[in-house]
Structures are given as C-alpha cells and as structure tokens.
Design a protein around this ligand. Structure first.
Ligand code: HEM
Ligand code: NAG
Ligand code: NAG
Ligand code: NAG
Length: 359
C-alpha cells in the first residue's frame, strides 16, 4: 500500500520533470532551416543575416558594431523609474533621430542612425527591436563578448526622449551614478556596463583624431580597458586637452575623464579593479546589466525570448597583458584592499594605437 502510493508519487514527479524538460528543450525548425525556441523568432534570422552583410561588413567587430552598442545605450537610457524621461529601449533615437541626434551627448550618433535607417526600413521590425537586436548582433561579432539576451516585441516609440538623459564624460561620478540610479542601475551595474568601452573609440571628444580607441585591443571584448584606464597618463592623443579626456598612457589612445574618475572613486574603484583580467566576471555582469538596459520601459511579459537568433561570439583566450613597457608600477590603484592580479607585459617598444577604420 505504502509502496504503491510512493510509486504513484514518484511517477507523477517524473512526469512533471519530463514535461518541464520538454518545455525547456522544445525547438522549432524554421522554413530556412534555422532552429529556435519559438516560431516567432524565425522572422529574425534573415534580419540578422542582413545586419551582418549590410551593417557589419560581414560580421566584423568594427566601427559599426561598436556604434550599434553605443546606440542601444543612448536609446535605452532615455528612461527614468520616476517617469518623464522617455520610453527607454524603444528605438526612439532611430525614429525621432532629428530630435535626439541634436542632443550634445549624442554627438556622432547621426552617423550610426544614418547607417542603420535603411536596413531598419527593410527589416519589418519596430525601431526598438531593430536597435537592440543590432546591438546584440554587433557585440557578438567581438571575440570575448558574452552572447547577449534578445527579447522580441517592443512596440513603436511614442515620442523622442528628452535631452540630458545620456551621461557625458565631463560629468562627475556623483552625477553619473545619480543618472544611472534614476534609470534603475546601481554602481556595480554602471561599472559592468562600462565593459562596453573595451570595444570603443571616440570621434567627437577630439574631432581632430576620429576613431581614437579607449584600449589597445579595440576589436576584442576583453577586460583590457579596465587595466588601461588605470595606467598613469602622460600625453593627449590629439589637439591637446579637450573636455572629457584626461592624459592617456599610450600614443593614439583616448582616456575618458569619466572612466578614469569611476576607476578612482571609492564607490566604484573596487568594482572597476575586480574586472581586470576576470573575463568571466566581466561577461556575466555585462550580460546581466545589458539584459536590463535593453528592456528598460518595456513590458517583458509580452515579449518573446529570441536570444537564440544572436550569433555565438568567438571566445577570448586571455589572459590580458600590460601594453609593452608598462607594468604594475604604472597602475593608479584605487582599491588597495584587494590584491591586484598578476599580469605580464607584452614584449617590445610601447605601442602607438591605430585609429579604428571607418570612423
Ligand atoms: C558614464 C557613462 C558613459 C559615458 C560618460 C560615456 C561616454 C562615451 C564617449 C564620450 C564616447 C566617445 C564618443 C565619440 O567621441 O565618438 C563613448 C563611446 C562609446 N560608448 Fe560610452 N559612455 C558611457 C557609458 C556607456 C555605456 C553604458 C555603453 C554601452 C553599454 C557605452 C558604449 C559605448 C561604445 C560602444 C562606444 C564606442 C562607439 C564607437 O566606437 O563608435 N558607453 N562613450
Ligand atoms: C538561417 O537563416 C539564414 C538567414 O535567413 C540563412 O542564410 C541560413 O541558411 C539559415 N539556415 C541555417 C541552418 O543556418
Ligand atoms: C532620420 O529619420 C528619417 C525618418 O524620420 C529618415 O528618413 C532619415 O534617413 C534618418 N536620418 C538619420 C541621420 O538617421
Ligand atoms: C584645438 O584645440 C583648441 C583648444 O581646445 C581649439 O581652440 C582649436 O579649435 C582646436 N583645433 C582644432 C583644429 O580643432
């Protein structure tokens, strides 16, 4: 009796586990042969292919991929948990480009929206889905990046975001953290999001040197930027000191004032330092923070998880290294309570970084 009852319970439990398992592994094969968890996602494979060929020069981690990630941030951060600062990750920056590209913090963004607009128009997606899918795909082209989540189903944006939602490199740490907190992010998430600056370059901070990278490995989604922002600077890469930059350690490198300030401030310095040479930590935290950023202001209950349309990024073997001639003595360490990771140095003379092509 007792045995019989037990076996009924066991088989019920097994049945439930099998059902849950089946739901997790359910797969739909699309007409083009791609496999996804939900048939609504089938429409996205051709869009991803078109993005790769028409936007990203055939799946490169170049200027357009970098730009697509920056665009998703500048779109999404037009949001406040208190309301009144835009619709968040809604693609308003693309649809209402005439308004939003005129904001000072969006300098250079018109290049990106101009490049994305015709591909967007052909895609059949809403502006929000397009901007945030493009960022996930562009980022996936960079070795070392996490495979970002993509939720599908953003309605069309209603209005442009107001000005002054996007942080500027001249802002104080207090102002930056306050703006992010207003959008729902804590200090650790802010540092996590700044992993993006490992595939970044500046066109307008100093207009005389477009495409000036923030680290020596601008085509790789590694933790190099967290190391190089900590290196003592000695020169400016272009036309002297411009607002938003501080002295940089390498010729041809731009060190943003805001990145440097965040690396030194007691509220963020340890989060910053902990990223150095910890690829897994960086990937995990960046992925989680991006998942939040890319659905700001959206009703995720009505969205479909189409993450499996995002290409799987190549991996980065690591470890990172000090650029040639640099070592621990050059580190402006602001979190002395944590041991700095042991990092070796690239051989040879100090490098001069080349600008990112196409900037
Ligand atoms: C404190 C917050 C931030 C500030 C002050 C800041 C500032 C900047 C500045 C000044 C540039 C160079 C623009 C130019 O001269 O062309 C830049 C580039 C970039 N930013 Fe940020 N940023 C911040 C946060 C973020 C976040 C959260 C992301 C993404 C998650 C992001 C992604 C990028 C990317 C990918 C680029 C390079 C674009 C390219 O190379 O074309 N940034 N950022
Ligand atoms: C997936 O979709 C793309 C774009 O439509 C197509 O080029 C490719 O052949 C499809 N099939 C597979 C198995 O990847
Ligand atoms: C801006 O949006 C308009 C449509 O509203 C489009 O025709 C134009 O190409 C876009 N331009 C840029 C720079 O994004
Ligand atoms: C160089 O910088 C100075 C000072 O910021 C500025 O007045 C000047 O216009 C700049 N020159 C160029 C070519 O941008």
């Amino acid at each position: 009796m007792a045995f019989a009852r037990l076996s009924v319970i066991v088989s019920l439990a097994l049945g439930a586990a099998q059902l849950a398992n089946a739901a997790l592994t359910k797969r739909v094969t699309c007409a083009d042969g791609n496999v996804t968890a939900n048939k609504a996602c089938c429409a996205l494979f051709p869009v991803v292919a078109k993005m790769q060929s028409d936007l990203f020069d055939g799946a490169e981690c170049g200027e357009e991929a970098h730009s697509a990630l920056r665009l998703s941030f500048h779109d999404a951060i037009g949001f406040s948990i208190h309301g009144g600062k835009g619709g968040g990750a809604d693609g308003s920056i693309l649809l209402f480009n005439a308004t939003e590209t005129a904001f000072h913090a969006n300098g250079g963004i018109d290049d990106i929206t101009a490049g994305q607009f015709p591909v967007f128009q052909e895609s059949g997606l809403t502006p929000g889905d397009f901007v945030h899918l493009a960022a996930a795909v562009g980022t996936a082209n960079c070795p070392g990046a996490p495979r970002l989540q993509f939720l599908f189903g953003r309605p069309a944006p209603k209005a442009p975001a107001p000005d002054l939602t996007v942080p500027e490199p001249t802002d104080s740490v207090t102002a930056i953290l306050a703006r992010f907190a207003d959008a729902g992010f804590n200090a650790q998430e802010v540092v996590a999001l700044l992993s993006s600056h490992t595939i970044a370059a500046a066109d307008v901070v100093d207009v005389t040197i477009p495409g000036t990278p923030f680290d020596s490995t601008v085509g790789t989604f590694d933790t190099q930027v967290f190391l190089e922002v900590l290196l003592k600077g000695n020169s400016f890469p272009g036309n002297g000191s411009q607002p938003g930059e501080v002295l940089s350690p390498l010729k041809g490198e731009m060190r943003l004032q805001s990145d440097f300030a965040l690396s030194q401030d007691s509220r963020t310095a340890c989060f910053w330092q902990q990223m150095v040479n910890d690829q897994t930590r960086m990937q995990t935290q960046f992925k989680a923070a991006m998942a939040k950023l890319q659905v700001l202001g959206q009703n995720t209950k009505t969205m479909v998880d189409c993450s499996d349309v995002v290409p799987v990024p190549a991996s980065f073997a690591g470890p990172i290294k000090f650029p040639a001639t640099f070592s621990q003595k050059d580190v402006q360490q602001a979190c002395p309570q944590l041991r700095f990771p042991a990092i070796s140095t690239v051989a040879g003379p100090a490098p001069t970084l080349a600008p990112v092509p196409g900037s």
